[in-house]
Write a protein that binds this ligand. Structure first.
Ligand code: URA
Length: 288
């Protein structure tokens, strides 16, 4: 019997993974993930050559060469539920033989960089900053479905956060680290860094109150005010926790660099979204 039966791992008639609808030879091992499917083309327009293009639902994938580097750009849509699909299927493309349905002995470690947008949690971080995640704190639930292997330092920081921040009572936060190797490539003097909060939504789960009252009105301030051994929360968004948690458990290198659109403390929103996203794309393509 194969390791993975058709009910667990769906393979398309052309031999690809189900939701992404791509085949193993269509994927590069260096991958930029973006939320917005229309942004895939904005990135691949920089490629010197495009070798593959497809789209199924919100998952678009363009693979090509940029200055001699083979890169795939994949859109994930919004949220950690979509990240669960994307990371499992990217891993299956390289580490499971889709013909025999058996796990491969020799594993491939992908480099996966999220290029996204976020809200800012600190007064000192101006809108339009590029923010590199050192860690992600999940206040979603995807990471809780998988066994996790977390080092002692991260466990201590997770405990301090659990005790120090104010969350609705049913939310159990989980902390994971970004790849230091990828962060070293993406870092530079103008880049801001910190812990990224990953929420399960844009409004209430990020402390935005429109017409519905929230059960915990001090959540956002408790993130902004938190500090432990030099660690602080820089930003919040909707994908990093599942990306870092599942990605690192599967042996991949994962990180995220995001454009800060809204400063939630100062109540400011960017006027430079389009030009700054282009700047971030060019920055990431040159660094990775
Ligand atoms: N993306 C988010 O998830 N939150 C923001 O505030 C801005 C972008």
């Amino acid at each position: 019997m194969p390791d993975f039966l058709p009910s667990e791992l769906v393979v398309t008639p052309k031999g690809g993974v189900y939701h992404l609808d791509i085949c193993p030879d269509e994927l590069a091992h260096k991958i930029i993930i973006v939320g917005d499917q229309d942004r895939v083309e904005v990135v691949s327009n920089y490629f010197d050559e495009i070798t593959h293009k497809n789209q199924h639902r919100e998952f678009a994938c363009h693979t090509g060469l940029y200055q001699g580097k083979e890169i795939s750009v994949v859109s994930t849509g919004i949220g950690t539920d979509n990240i669960d699909i994307v990371i499992n299927e990217l891993d299956a493309l390289v580490n499971i033989d889709l013909e025999t349905r058996n796990e491969k002995k020799e594993k491939v470690s992908l480099e996966i960089i999220r290029l996204g947008t976020c809200g800012i949690l600190q007064n000192e971080i101006p809108i339009d900053s590029f923010i590199l995640s050192t860690h992600a704190l999940g206040i979603d639930n995807v990471g809780h479905f998988y066994e996790r292997n977390v080092d002692i330092e991260t466990q201590k920081l997770e405990k301090a956060i659990d005790e120090g921040v104010k969350l609705p009572k049913y939310i159990k936060p989980y902390l994971t680290k970004a790849s230091e190797e990828l962060n070293n490539k993406l870092d530079s003097a103008e880049i801001k860094k910190g812990i990224t909060v990953t929420s399960s939504g844009f409004y209430g789960p990020q402390g935005r109150r429109l017409r519905l009252p929230l059960v915990e009105n001090e959540m956002l301030d408790s993130f902004s005010d938190f500090e432990y051994n030099g660690h602080y929360f820089s930003n919040l968004e909707m994908e990093c926790s599942a990306l870092f948690s599942l990605g690192s458990s599967l042996g991949h290198k994962t990180t995220a660099i995001c454009l800060g659109l809204a400063n939630r403390r100062k109540k400011e929103f960017t006027k430079n979204y389009e030009s700054k996203i282009i700047e971030l794309i060019e920055y990431v393509l040159d660094k990775i």
